[in-house]
Design a protein around this ligand. Structure first.
Ligand code: SF4
Length: 91
């Protein structure tokens, strides 16, 4: 007679492991940027203003940082920041 085997402990491995989302694409129209620094306050890890004119930014932040990067885009008073997710429309 066959005996029932107990269920194994722990999670069941699957072939459906989540893949990391591709990074966002960020660009700033530096001809439009007026160095108001609102993006630096909204997303300090992604936008840094050095001096009065040099804006440094992360052009490929992780998809996990989308909210904070979008907050910076929305905060820009001259709409100089563009955020693009691979597979979606550009903003
Ligand atoms: S908020 Fe806009 S205008 Fe101000 S520094 Fe950032 S990109 Fe430039």
């Amino acid at each position: 007679m066959l005996q029932d085997r107990p269920e194994p402990a722990g999670s069941v491995p699957t072939d459906e492991s989540p893949r990391a989302a591709p990074p966002l694409r960020v660009s700033v129209d530096l001809n439009r940027c007026q160095a108001y620094a609102q993006c630096c306050y909204a997303a300090p890890g992604h936008f840094v203003l050095q001096g009065r004119e040099a804006l440094y930014y992360d052009p490929a932040p992780s998809a996990a940082d989308r909210l904070v990067v979008e907050r910076a885009r929305i905060a820009c008073p001259v709409q100089a920041i563009h955020v693009e997710s691979p597979g979606t429309d550009r903003r």
